[in-house]
Design a protein around this ligand. Structure first.
Ligand SMILES: NC(=O)c1ccc[n+]([C@@H]2O[C@H](COP(=O)([O-])OP(=O)(O)OC[C@H]3O[C@@H](n4cnc5c(N)ncnc54)[C@H](OP(=O)(O)O)[C@@H]3O)[C@@H](O)[C@H]2O)c1
Length: 292
């Protein structure tokens, strides 16, 4: 089981990109927040980013296993925390904890939340009523297909819980977004294929050949040619064994595209067929509505 825990405000701001910005931010947080967060953080195992390790030092996590996500094998911070280990490949944690009774609580920051979002079973969110200054926005979860309920209200904010709806359609939606996320945003098409594709993968995009190996080869090439490319999901619809995703693709140095992808799933929940239509994002429009 994978859970994400974070604090945010109604604008979905979760942090600041500078230490000064974060200090300003912390000074304005409601006094009740540390206690609320400490209740939500408690877990036998947590995952934390190399730039957010301070969050794993709190007393409630003193006995927890801490996986510090960093691609730097000499990450010094791991040595200063009890029960800490460096993890250079977040996919290893996903494979270990998804579909497991064991719980992994992902406690930030922004990059790490995005790594795990589409694999998360639950989000625990402390939301302040007042806006708190900051420039790091985490809003991907709003359109990721969770059911959100209010579980508690406290002075200065409330606690939300976002859970996955039951059933194959919801599971397929989540897998389609996760496939795309791992392959496109994290540039790990081999991991994406391992986690989500069937042995056969029928392709209708004319640039890519059939099968998982061709999918990996094509997107490894795209990862090299377009570092920093990014997809965000605007809408996801599931019916029967099909999922449709309405996406914004950003290709640095090239056009942005509005796209619709269709994925077909087999009975085991693996993706076995793909279609897409892509439209260059126009510079002008006859209406004020934008492409999404
Ligand atoms: N509101 C909240 O609840 C909350 C909670 C925590 C943090 N935050 C905020 O989040 C911000 C920090 O977020 P951030 O995005 O800058 O950093 P981050 O999420 O804390 O750290 C990202 C880490 O991911 C590692 N990484 C990149 N690719 C990886 C891969 N494939 N496998 C494993 N690890 C990988 C990076 O490694 P390298 O070290 O090699 O670059 C980096 O250390 C701060 O402003 C902080 O205050 C907010």
């Amino acid at each position: 089981m994978i859970r994400l825990t974070f604090m945010t405000d109604a604008r979905r701001v979760i942090g600041a990109s500078t230490p000064e910005g974060n200090a300003r931010r912390f000074a304005l947080l409601p006094p009740a927040l540390p206690q609320v967060m400490s209740g939500l953080y408690a877990a036998a195992a947590v995952a934390v980013g190399g730039r957010s390790v301070a969050g794993a030092a709190q007393p409630v996590l003193s006995a927890s296993t801490k996986f510090i996500l960093t691609t730097d094998p000499d990450q010094a911070a791991a040595g200063e925390l009890a029960h800490a280990a460096v993890c250079a490949n977040y996919i290893d944690l996903i494979e270990r904890f998804r579909d497991s009774e064991e719980e992994l609580n992902v406690i930030g920051g922004l990059t790490v939340f995005r790594m795990f979002l589409h694999h998360a079973d639950r989000l625990d969110i402390a939301e302040t009523s007042a806006a708190v200054p900051g420039d790091l926005v985490f809003d991907d979860w709003v359109t990721a297909g969770f059911d959100v309920t209010v579980v508690d209200e406290w002075e200065g904010g409330r606690t939300l819980r976002a859970s996955r709806p039951e059933g194959a359609a919801a599971r397929n939606k989540r897998s389609a977004m996760a496939l795309y996320d791992v392959m496109f945003n994290w540039n790990r098409p081999r991991d994406a294929a391992r986690l989500f594709l069937g042995e056969e993968y029928r392709q209708h995009n004319p640039h890519v050949a059939d099968g998982p190996a061709a999918f990996v080869e094509y997107f490894e090439r795209m990862a090299g040619e377009y570092p920093g490319k990014r997809v965000t999901f605007k809408r996801a619809v599931a019916e029967g064994n099909l999922v449709a995703l309405h996406c914004h693709q950003h290709w640095p140095g090239d056009h942005d595209y509005a796209g619709i992808d269709f994925f077909r799933f087999d009975d085991a929940g693996r993706i076995v067929e793909h279609w897409d239509v892509l439209q260059v994002m126009p510079e002008r429009s006859a209406n004020p509505n934008g492409m999404f």
